[in-house]
Ligand binder design. Structure first.
Ligand code: CU
Length: 437
């Protein structure tokens, strides 16, 4: 664990140099990727050939070692603790201390080696979803390879001729539901046109967490926690973009549900699928893209509308955090509450252990419990601005977090000075993190 942290710190320390490099995937002998990659500051127009690194908020990039022209990555399958929102932790399975696993980024045409160590108490394998590679590398237990036993290792190696948004995952239904997935970006040999200024990646996942349990119930059919990059709103980290810039958001889905992902304030084009970049004639426009299970979708738009815009799954149950989970059996369905029960239910919200304040509740009527159906959203709209304070949230409206639950994040289209200021705060925070033992 401490070895990995030291390595990560080194990666962060090297990050400054990397950001200044004219081409992000140049052939260095040692190439470390910063934990929180950022686009270059101060300029929006680096050389056309240097596409920005994909940022996957709340998920680190995986550094690699160059070995005789082969990009060598190292993944360890292991138990990972993930905090969905402040106060609600779960123990899931992931890679290298992260769930979803760290993001792998390579170039089209690269020879890639991934060393997979199994630190789980049962066998696993890795499937490279959609990769056109030899069967022996496909990660099918018993079919293309022997399962990797606990404590075992398997080395995957292949040449990648594709480009686009891909992902890797363990090939067992229950291990998938335990979180064993990560993004795999193949940057194109010939840069996409038009060039984007910001490139983001988000993994969509669902979890079945029973009250008083911190391990997902992978046999359960009730998925009550929905996450973007392993975080539920308001703990998701906003996507920060400069006003006027062109933005790509890559979405991948590995869960039990399909997710209609909706962006406010902008119209996007769907420029890519799990099969890579689509011909421009096929780019449909919209503001909602359905990302089905096992699919990837890339959307692009010009961020010409300043403000803090929602990006979220539009399934109503995916716009909630699980009150049933947080309140346990004390939670009563909202359909038929007596005035007394309604009052009690609201009181119970204060006892969940989640650091929420009740400031947002000033707006309920004088005696709301007499109104049939109360409470509905008043159940959940409780702000925790301080609990999720971080530079990326700087300057958001007071009680903003009361409106963020489940698969929700923000695309913050910021004027240049505010963008630069927040990126400065982010860099300061990351430097501090890197310097801590
Ligand atoms: Cu959804």
């Amino acid at each position: 664990m401490s070895n990995r942290r030291t390595f990560l710190q080194r990666a962060i320390a090297l990050g400054g140099g990397l950001l200044a490099a004219p081409r992000l995937f140049a052939q260095h002998q040692h190439h470390d990727v910063p934990a929180t990659p950022r686009p270059q500051r101060g300029t929006r127009a680096p050389a056309a050939a240097s596409a920005p690194l994909v940022q996957t908020p709340d998920v680190p990039n995986l550094p690699y070692r160059l070995d005789n022209g082969v990009k060598e990555f190292h993944l360890t399958a292991e138990v990972v603790e993930r905090e969905l929102i402040p106060g609600r932790k779960m123990k899931v399975w992931g890679y290298n201390g992260s769930c979803p696993g760290p993001t792998i980024q390579v170039n089209q045409g690269d020879r890639v080696r991934v060393i997979l160590d199994n630190h789980l108490p049962e066998p696993t394998t890795m499937h490279w979803h959609g990769f056109e590679i030899p069967l022996a590398m496909d990660g099918m237990p018993y079919i293309s390879q022997k399962p990797i036993p606990p404590g075992g290792r398997f080395v995957y190696e292949f040449t990648l001729r594709q480009e686009g948004t891909y992902f890797y995952h363990a090939h067992g239904a229950m291990q998938e539901m335990m979180g064993m997935i990560g993004m795999f970006i193949m940057h194109p040999a010939k840069p996409y046109a038009p060039r984007v200024d910001h490139d983001f990646g988000i993994t969509l996942q669902g979890w079945a967490l029973l009250p008083n349990s911190d391990v997902p119930n992978t046999a359960g059919m009730e998925f009550n926690w929905l996450t973007l990059n392993g975080k539920a709103g308001p703990a998701t980290t906003p996507l920060l973009v400069r006003h006027g810039s062109r933005v790509r958001i890559r979405l991948v889905n590995l869960g039990m549900d399909h997710h209609p992902i909706h962006l406010h304030g902008h119209t996007f084009s769907v420029t890519g699928t799990e099969a890579g970049r689509q011909p421009q004639a096929l780019w449909g426009t919209g503001n909602t893209v359905l990302v089905g299970v096992a699919q990837a979708r890339d959307v692009e738009f010009v961020a010409d509308n300043p403000g803090d815009w929602m990006l979220h799954c539009h399934l109503p149950h995916h716009m909630m955090n699980s009150m049933m989970d947080l309140m346990g059996e004390r939670m009563i369905t909202t359909s038929a509450l007596t005035p007394t029960q309604a009052g009690e239910q609201m009181q119970l919200m204060t006892a969940t252990g989640i650091p929420m304040s009740h400031g947002a509740h000033a707006q309920t009527a004088a005696d709301p419990n007499r109104v049939p159906g109360f409470p509905q959203d008043a159940y959940m709209e409780m702000p925790m601005d301080e609990g999720v304070d971080k530079p990326e949230n700087y300057g958001l409206a007071k009680n903003w977090s009361a409106g963020m639950m489940g698969m929700m994040t923000l695309v913050r289209v910021l004027p240049p000075d505010k963008y630069d200021h927040i990126m400065h705060l982010v860099a300061e925070r990351d430097a501090k993190k890197g310097g801590r033992a």
